[in-house]
Ligand binder design. Structure first.
Ligand SMILES: Nc1nc2c(ncn2[C@@H]2O[C@H](COP(=O)(O)OP(=O)(O)OP(=O)(O)O)[C@@H](O)[C@H]2O)c(=O)[nH]1
Ligand SMILES: [Zn+2]
Length: 210
């Protein structure tokens, strides 16, 4: 039986509500990860959960190239609205390739490659993320099962393979804009993301202009 990571925790008031903030270091890599929780997540009932991968550009620098920032905010708002839930914030930038490689990939995208081909041109995997710390952190928090906010069925499968009980997938379709149209389209076409209402660029542009 594997040992659960020991979390350190404190109270964190935010603009979106009052949370418990938890931190942990991955014993195998030293990489630090965070979680926010609200309410009693250890009561045995399914917990509204977001497992979010770090995106410095989208989460903190207001980039319009992806949908990460709005997804993060929306997930935290949904947890606050329910008064109970968990956000697991994994420090695996750029789908695991790191910030500097993501910037290299962005430069290739600027020259015409899509998000998948840019990684391949750099000799890097499409997605090298690992969710074992999400599984371990949820277990350490006493979460029995999750309603997972994601559009990525691969994330649901990866967590299930690790033993996390996912009772439901909750779609998280927000943050569409003219700059991330091609990116979201590629995620739907080439990465299997279930973005059920594909954005119509013309509608968006018209909406922005009206
Ligand atoms: N390599 C690379 N990483 C990117 C790019 N755009 C966003 N990311 C990273 O992708 C990760 C988020 O993955 P996404 O594919 O957007 O979404 P997901 O987490 O698989 O699925 P959701 O749960 O629906 O958000 C973050 O770590 C971002 O830093 C890109 O063009 N190239
Ligand atoms: Zn992003």
């Amino acid at each position: 039986m594997s040992t659960l990571p020991s979390l350190v925790s404190c109270w964190l008031p935010t603009e979106l509500g009052e949370f418990q903030l938890h931190g942990v270091a991955d014993p195998s890599t030293g990489q630090e990860h965070a979680a926010l929780t609200m309410g009693d997540v250890a009561d045995g009932k399914p917990v509204l959960t977001r497992v979010h991968s770090e995106c410095l550009t989208g989460d903190t620098l207001f980039s319009l190239k992806c949908d990460c920032g709005p997804q993060l905010q929306s997930a935290i708002e949904a947890i606050a609205a329910e008064g109970r839930g968990a956000l697991i914030y994994l420090r695996q930038e750029g789908r695991g390739i790191g910030l500097v490689n993501k910037i290299r990939a962005y430069a290739l995208q600027q020259a015409g490659a899509d998000t998948v081909d840019a990684n391949r041109l750099l000799g890097l995997p499409d997605d090298s993320r690992d969710y074992h710390m999400a599984h371990d952190m949820l277990a350490a928090l006493g979460v029995a099962s999750v309603k997972l906010m994601t559009n990525n069925p691969g994330k649901v499968d990866a967590l299930r393979k690790l033993g996390t009980v996912v009772t439901e997938r909750v779609e998280l379709i927000v943050g569409q804009n003219p700059h991330n149209h091609g990116y979201l389209d590629t995620k739907a076409r080439r990465m299997g993301h279930l973005i059920s209402t594909p954005m119509n660029l013309h509608d968006l542009v018209n909406k922005e202009q009206s």
